[in-house]
Ligand binder design. Structure first.
Ligand code: 13P
Length: 255
């Protein structure tokens, strides 16, 4: 039996390739709505494109909103045209770095090994790492979901230095991302319980405290059901994080 611990939920927005300087108005609007949110209710994070991390960090200063990055390179520096190191996004203001998002795994061929190296790079800069895992539709249909998740969790986690303070796991079924489809609550419960077990195996007691987020078509309308599932410690939100009103519609589940 997993020891029972209290984990502070976190609602994280992944803006993907959306957002310009003017998007800071969404952060301002969200911060205003969040003024009434008790600080202990949940953490809130926005991961915009790297070009506006610095701007949004300024905008979010003194609010309950933290700013993060969507990726980093695994190396500290060097000949990697177009890439950004963990130190660079940290300097711009990122507190957390998403690594291994399925769009990175697919579009850029990132393997579990690369993802683990990126997570280590993030931790090395004292940023938190949000490690993403998730099965494709083909894998779910072949009943391979838990096998895939097991492999991804085992091989994508940083091998050392991870604690509940600097590591978050995000379960994002690839087929649920941007499709409006979501797994059933039982399917979410099953995978999250499975990930919890794997985290405890990997990290001992600390694994019981690591937050596990669900991601994939989370909207204001389905947030309270999904966030009510055992071992769901928050959400990683794409489309519905772009507008302050939608994102607040999800965050207020914890208000
Ligand atoms: P959507 O919420 O748009 O489905 O995206 C989920 C996601 O990929 C967050 O990282």
């Amino acid at each position: 039996m997993a020891p029972s611990v209290r984990r502070k939920p976190i609602i994280a927005g992944n803006w993907k390739m959306n957002g310009l300087q003017k998007s800071k108005s969404e952060v301002t609007k969200l911060a205003k709505r969040m003024e009434k949110l008790p600080t202990r209710a949940c953490d809130v994070l926005i991961c915009p494109p790297a070009t506006i991390i610095a701007t949004l960090s300024q905008t979010a200063k003194g609010t309950q909103i933290a700013i993060g990055a969507q990726d980093c390179h695994q190396n500290d520096s060097g000949a990697h045209t177009g890439d950004l190191s963990a130190a660079m996004v940290k300097e711009a203001g990122a507190k957390w770095i998403i690594v291994g998002h399925s769009e990175r795994r697919t579009d850029h061929g990132e393997t579990d090994k690369v993802v683990a190296a990126k997570a280590i790079a993030a931790l090395g800069q004292k940023c938190g790492a949000i490690v993403c895992v998730g099965e494709t539709l083909k894998e779910r249909k072949a009943k391979d979901t838990l096998k895939v998740i097991s492999r991804q969790v085992r091989n994508s986690l940083p091998k050392e230095g991870a604690t509940a303070k600097n590591l978050i796991l995000a379960y994002e079924p690839v087929w649920a991302i941007g499709t409006g489809l979501t797994p059933t609550l039982d399917q979410i419960r099953e995978v999250h319980a499975f990930i919890r077990k794997k985290l405890i195996t990997a990290l001992g007691d600390e694994g019981a405290k690591v937050r596990i987020l669900y991601g994939g078509s989370v909207k204001p309308a389905n947030a309270s059901d999904i966030l009510g599932v055992e071992d769901v410690d928050g959400a990683l939100v794409g489309g519905a994080s772009l507008k302050a009103s939608d994102f607040w519609g999800i965050i207020k589940t914890y208000a």
